[in-house]
Every structure is written in structure tokens, then in C-alpha cells.
Design a protein around this ligand. Structure first.
Ligand code: SF4
Ligand code: SF4
Length: 383
């Protein structure tokens, strides 16, 4: 790639070590189940750091980052809030690069994406780091950690794509943690994916500035945006973040005409009132459109919210009714199965065209996204 500067892993760690940062563990080889066999990935010495594109230099070797709306100013030697970017001598490096801590083969439905290459398998990856602080994070061990402290794979974009192509996987999913934290690595992989016949699916909380998002939209084929609530209060209390940039990001993805699905976790007592659900659905319909699938996710106690009970099934079922009444056409229920909301229904003949149990597809009665019963085309990406 052009305009990339890299320094060796040893040089980088030695230098940031001068500033007393707690980066101690080197990546170690770990095994992963890959399809039916053992991992094809093994540790080697390809780990590097990459210069961030979206930042500017300030006096005295300080920098300001413009990847996410936090606009962090970092002095020489400082590592940022998202835990992946460090100012090294006045140059901003991302050290979540070529070192995913998670590599897994998943059904694409797990993202969740139900209108994007249904019934196919995807290569899900993640590095450490996140620019949010959700109290219920399921992957907090990775998202709330500096990548260098995790057990990582050493994996260039090329190696990753070659492996996915060899396994005939249809897409790469950037998920588990927050892809904004490994934006530069994701951009490199996604830029080369199409030449291997592989699509890019991004699961993100979408706390990202417009320019980097628009660049990502050029190579992304689908987004799942986790819209965590519909007001600032929820983002303040639970996510340590701001909602306005997330809403803007959803509008940008629509403007850029990239396939979009929205996931919304319903957390008891925090965002589970019918009024809040109605407000969220109204916003989604007006700004993302009635064809945008909405996934309503059941909450399970996790991380710093272990004292909050799981979402009652009747609350999720009611939320789905509210969403359908609000005019959204494709409303799904996740983390509850069996449930009518696991299936995709044709809007014309009303038959279940994709029957699921949880994220597992039981029966797919579509052909290139067309209902086999009446021929109506479903919205989404199918070839
Ligand atoms: S991406 Fe990281 S360094 Fe950049 S503004 Fe956001 S938190 Fe700060
Ligand atoms: S945005 Fe996602 S990865 Fe980050 S803290 Fe929240 S739930 Fe975890």
C-alpha cells in the first residue's frame, strides 16, 4: 500500500516502553477451529504497525486523530482511548495491524445479517480495542484491552484472504470488537477482498467520522450497525459515548447505498419501554427506510451489568409488534429461539421464505433473493 510507514514490532515496543506503557505480552501461537479441521494459521514474524491516515500533526510532536468523533490529541508516546493508536515521534501508528486476536468461521447470520448472502459462511475477525465502553460488552476481554497484550495471530491481509478463498468463504466479517479500532487493517483487507471474490461485512457501533466512513463504504458490501438506544441518556449511562455521530453514520451508509441492517439490544429498565422502542423504530423508518432489517436482540447479563436480568421474551415479542406496527417490514428477534421473529417473510405472499432456528437456516425458499412461492424480490445482497 502507498503512504504506509511501518516500524518493526521490536522497535515500536521498545520506543513506547520508554513512556511506561503497559505493553508486555508478545503474541503467542494459538490454535483455532477452522471449519472441520485445525487452524491453517500459524504465528510468524509479519506483525507491523501502520501509520494512521486520518490525523494531523501539531507542534511539539503532538498529533490529532480524526478517525472517530473523539478527535483525540495525543502527545508523543501517548496511546489513545481506543487503545490501538499511539503517537510515536509525532507519527500516529495503529498497532492493531496484522494481529487479529479472533479468527473464526461463522454463519453470516451471526453478525446479524439476514439479507446478505444468506446461508453462507464468513470469516469473522477482530483485534483488541474499542472506542466505546459499553457496560454489557460480551467481548470485553478483547475490546477493552490493548492489542499487544492479547494472544494474537500474525496475519497479513493477503494471508487472511488467501485462507478465506481456499475455504471458499464468501465474505470477511469485521466484528466481535469494534472495527473502528482496527480501521486501517480492515481497509487494507477490504481493499483486496473483491479481487479474490470475497465480500466485506462490517459490524460496528458506527462511532466514526464521516470521511473515514465514506472511504470504508467504497469497499464495504454490508453493514450491521448496533444502534444501542435512541437517546443520549442511554449512550451516556451505558456506552460512554455520543449518539449523534452514530445517527449521522447510519444516514451516510444509506447515502452511500451500502446494504444496511440495524441491531438493537433491549436492556431491561434501560431502553425497554414501548415508548423508546417506538421512537427508535420511527427514526429507523424515516432515516434508513422501511426495508432496512431491524434485529431486536435479547440482553443477557454480562461484564459490568451482571445484576440486570435477561430481557423477558414477552418484552422482545412486544417490541417486534411495535416495530412492525411502525411500518418496518423486516423485524427479527435474536437470542430467542424458536420464535416467529427468527424467520424472513415474503412481503407479498406472507410465506416464511427463510426459516431459521436462531441464526441457523433450516429452510431457504429463495433463489437469488426471490421468493420461490411468488417470485417477489427481497431487499438485500444475494449474488
Ligand atoms: S480513533 Fe482512537 S485515537 Fe482516533 S479519535 Fe478515536 S479514540 Fe482517539
Ligand atoms: S461498541 Fe461493541 S465492542 Fe465496543 S464496548 Fe460496546 S459492545 Fe463492546
Amino acid at each position: 500500500m502507498n503512504n504506509i510507514k511501518s516500524c518493526s514490532r521490536r522497535q515500536f515496543i521498545e520506543n513506547i516502553g520508554q513512556f511506561g506503557l503497559a505493553i508486555s505480552a508478545m503474541p503467542a501461537m494459538i490454535d483455532v477451529l477452522f471449519g472441520s479441521g485445525r487452524s491453517v494459521f500459524a504465528q510468524d514474524d509479519t506483525g507491523k504497525f501502520i501509520e494512521v491516515k486520518h490525523y494531523k500533526k501539531l507542534p511539539d510532536n503532538a498529533i490529532q486523530c480524526f478517525v472517530c468523533p473523539l478527535d483525540c490529541i495525543l502527545l508523543d508516546g501517548q496511546t489513545c482511548f481506543c487503545r490501538t493508536r499511539t503517537n510515536h515521534g509525532g507519527i500516529l501508528y495503529n498497532h492493531a495491524y496484522n494481529n487479529p486476536c479472533i479468527i473464526n468461521v461463522d454463519p453470516i447470520e451471526k453478525l446479524p445479517l439476514y439479507h446478505f448472502l444468506p446461508s453462507t459462511k464468513s470469516l469473522g475477525i477482530a483485534t483488541g480495542g474499542c472506542n466505546m465502553r459499553c457496560l454489557y460488552c460480551q467481548n470485553w476481554q478483547e475490546s477493552q484491552e490493548i492489542p499487544d497484550k492479547l494472544k494474537n495471530f500474525s496475519m497479513t491481509a493477503e494471508k487472511l484472504l488467501d485462507s478465506a478463498a481456499k475455504k471458499e468463504l464468501k465474505s470477511i466479517c469485521y466484528s466481535y470488537t469494534e472495527p473502528v479500532s482496527y480501521y486501517e487493517y480492515m481497509m487494507e483487507i477490504s481493499a483486496h477482498a473483491h479481487s479474490k471474490g470475497i465480500k466485506n461485512a462490517v459490524c460496528t457501533a458506527a462511532f466514526i467520522k464521516k470521511d473515514p466512513l465514506k472511504e470504508l463504504c467504497k469497499t464495504a458490501d454490508a453493514f450491521t450497525v448496533t444502534l444501542k438506544g435512541i437517546d443520549q441518556e442511554f449512550y451516556d449511562k451505558i456506552c460512554g459515548s455520543k449518539i449523534a455521530p452514530v445517527l449521522d453514520a447510519i444516514k451516510t451508509i444509506k447515502e452511500e447505498k451500502v446494504w444496511l441492517e440495524i441491531a438493537h439490544l433491549i436492556v431491561p429498565t434501560y431502553n425497554d419501554s414501548p415508548e423508546k422502542t417506538k421512537e427508535l423504530c420511527k427514526w429507523v423508518k424515516e432515516n434508513a427506510g422501511e426495508d432496512t432489517p431491524l434485529h431486536l436482540l435479547r440482553f443477557f447479563p454480562e461484564y459490568k451489568m451482571k445484576d440486570v436480568p435477561q430481557t423477558p421474551v414477552n418484552v422482545i415479542t412486544k417490541a417486534r409488534e411495535i416495530a412492525l406496527d411502525a411500518g418496518l417490514k423486516y423485524v427479527y428477534v435474536s437470542n430467542v429461539s424458536p420464535h416467529d421473529g427468527n424467520n424472513t417473510y415474503c412481503q407479498n405472499c406472507k410465506k416464511p421464505v427463510i426459516k431459521r432456528l436462531g441464526v441457523a437456516v433450516l429452510e431457504n425458499s429463495t433463489d437469488k433473493g426471490k421468493c420461490k412461492f411468488c417470485g417477489t424480490q427481497l431487499p438485500g445482497v444475494y449474488v
